[in-house]
Design a protein around this ligand. Sequence first.
Ligand code: ADP
Length: 396
Amino acid sequence: MRILVVNPGSTSFKYRLFSLDGEQVRLVARGGSERVTDYGAAIDRALGELAEGGHVRGAADLDGVGFKAVFGGDLSGCVLADENVEQALRATADLAPAHNPPYADALRVFRERHPGVPRVAVFETAFYQWVPDHARRYAVPDAWYRAGIRRHGFHGASHKFVAERSAELLGREDVAAVARRLYLDGPRRLSGAPLRIISCHLGGSSSVTAIRDGVAIGTSMGLSPQSGLPQSNRVGDLDSAAFPCAMRRLGLTMEQAENQLIRESGLLGLSGVNNDLRDIKSAADRGDARARLAIDVFVHSLRHWIGAFWFELGGCDALIFTAGIGENNPWLREAACAGLSDLGLRLDLEANAGAPPGTNLAASDSRIRVVVIPANEELVVARETARFLAARRSVA
Ligand code: ADP
């Protein structure tokens, strides 16, 4: 099967073409454009490049297009991305204002231009469908819950890839098989000791997810991607009283307060530098106190969530780091793992500084392993799209 995975950002359009044969997946081509104002043109350009490269002659040669959709309210899992899905993305854009509008636009343009190519939305929330109620409910009036105020979880494709890959790396093929087929078959009870993974996706936005036997049982992201750890420029966890308090004390409208929490908070708001951890770290190393504080708050929050899930899982077999921050910053991994030797975790500082992804970065006497797994969300979306379409064909 030829599956195109597209990633429409607010100003960019990236794509990857995969060829899938059963469980074998091959990346055939990738590309994209920046400063996109017209999705139709961007999609045409992508298909033109794929035709020129001899990969697909035109849309008719594509078996499907996969979208890593962020949030669709009650819609989750893998679904055929028809007009109802476009509408759901628009209707719920208040909770994912940076993500949903470009996705809905790109879906519409694909539908209008190439109606014969099936579009599949693989929702980021899908990985959290088995999180128990006690870990997803907020203590709000029942009417709020019925209005959809609950923990949804995000970064599902990334954490699902970690669930699959960590099990493979740790020699638990039984767990890896469950994780790979999770969206089709659901969780399965396995014999043997449970595999307990704490997955830290640390990047432009960050979340920590607890995974038992390939299935998420809790996550730091809540109702919206403005929750959990401090994000690059979004707030992360916040006492609900802070919102009306800031409105009253600073004379802000609701829109202004919301805008500041979504665009001027997180690492940017704390540091006053910008939203890139590289620049914040350089400033901290030069003695900038606000930059240092931003890093300390981030690490504190990261350790808070790791600790919460360690307890919830009843232990931890491996701590996984993924995405831009998690993969590329040994100093941050060291800070996250500091002082945990009584809990059985000791980092090997040399390995942490230089060992390749996929290797164990923990010392030989450490019970808990520490591993970097490069993020590969597009692969998950391609696989899920192919599985969804194959299952649909076999039913038809
Ligand atoms: P996005 O969520 O936008 O895909 P990424 O996963 O690329 O973001 O993460 C962006 C963050 O990762 C930035 O804060 C940046 O500082 C950090 N980062 C990315 N690459 C590197 C690198 N090579 N070295 C250090 N930090 C990096």
